[in-house]
Design a binder for this molecule. Structure first.
Ligand code: ZN
Ligand code: ZN
Length: 340
């Protein structure tokens, strides 16, 4: 600590070079001769929030392998995982957990607590039945530590069991393959469609059939968003509700050709898996997340350029490639401006 004259602005920490430091300076301040004195740098700015707009959905959040993954789709009130305690994810009524690794659940207690603190109502955690008791245990551990009870709801689902999160929109979990019990998730919309053989019949006739108890509609399932969570490749990635989803969010932890073995050991996807899988995906956008911090984003872009081309390259985005995402958004904004 150093003393400042009364009411004088305390600028010495930032302008240490303006005055020579006293000869008997406390540790950390070098005795100087009036030249520059080293002062510690402020900490690096903490990461930016990734953001992509795939109309009508926003995919936003953060995702770095082993550190934290929190991915929110505001339009559907669902957040996948809560590894980082993001303020912008608090508004999600539902948090669907892919698995119990720290980088995917570390911010869960914060989520429940802040929702309560800000009067946003109880948060709802949705998870694979196999991990539900452990999630409860973790949340109750916080109650014990805090000497207060933070309310939360936990809905446990079996594989392929569904939860209606919005009118006609259902959250469905599917088993994946990772080093701990793991789920991927899909959000599907169910639309009622008149049976083809009844198309063209007058309303009264249809009402009559309905009143007689005859089923007049078929349910059409439209997969909106799929999220793989951490996983190895496998048949779960080519399910209809994943393959035909409008937006697919997928982990891709390894990019280097020589890291295929590491991907297998950690039970993760490698960029080669993505390239192969991409051939059967019908999505409009494939968003890659869970890239590790040691992967340089320019290198990741280059690997995508090498492995994919044309439309299949254009639809792939790296959520944490902030520059590319910002440029894309600016183009969208400019197009919207010219359209209106
Ligand atoms: Zn992870
Ligand atoms: Zn994991």
């Amino acid at each position: 600590m150093h003393n400042c004259p009364p009411r004088a602005p305390c600028t010495r920490l930032f302008f240490a070079y303006t005055q020579p430091a006293p000869v008997n300076a406390p540790a950390g301040r070098e005795p100087g001769n009036g030249a520059f004195t080293m002062i510690p740098k402020p900490p690096p700015r903490e990461g930016q929030i990734g953001f992509l707009y795939i109309p009508p959905y926003r995919i936003q959040g953060t995702s770095v392998a082993g550190e934290a993954t929190t991915l929110m789709v505001p339009e559907l009130d669902v957040c996948f995982d809560m590894g980082a305690p993001l303020r912008c994810a608090l508004a999600s009524k539902y948090v669907a957990l892919t698995h119990g690794h720290m980088d995917h659940i570390g911010g869960l207690a914060y989520y429940a607590s802040q929702r309560q603190f800000q009067g946003m109502g109880e948060g709802t955690i949705v998870c694979d039945k196999r991990i539900a008791p452990d999630v409860h245990k973790m949340m109750r551990g916080f109650n014990d530590l805090e000497r207060q009870k933070t309310p939360y709801q936990l809905i446990e689902l079996d594989e392929n069991e569904e939860l209606e999160v919005k009118n006609n929109i259902f959250l469905r979990g599917f088993a994946t393959e990772h080093t701990s019990p793991s789920f991927g998730w899909t959000l599907v919309e169910k639309r009622s469609k008149l049976k083809p053989e009844l198309v063209g019949l007058p309303q009264e006739k249809l009402r009559e059939l309905k009143d007689r108890g005859q089923e007049i509609t078929n349910t059409l399932e439209v997969p909106l968003i799929a999220n793989t969570g951490d996983t190895l490749p496998g048949p779960h990635l080519v399910r209809d509700d994943v393959r035909k989803a409008q937006v697919v969010v997928s982990e891709c932890t390894f990019f280097e050709p020589e890291h295929k073995g590491r991907a297998k050991i950690g039970m993760h996807l490698h960029i080669d898996d993505i390239a192969e899988w991409s051939r059967v995906l019908e999505c409009e956008a494939l968003i890659l997340v869970h890239v590790s911090r040691r992967t340089n984003i320019t290198y990741a872009r280059k690997r995508l350029d090498d492995l994919l081309s044309g439309e299949s390259r254009e639809r792939v985005h790296l959520l944490m490639d902030h520059r590319a995402c910002r440029e894309r958004y600016e183009r969208q904004a400019a197009e919207a401006g010219t359209a209106s």
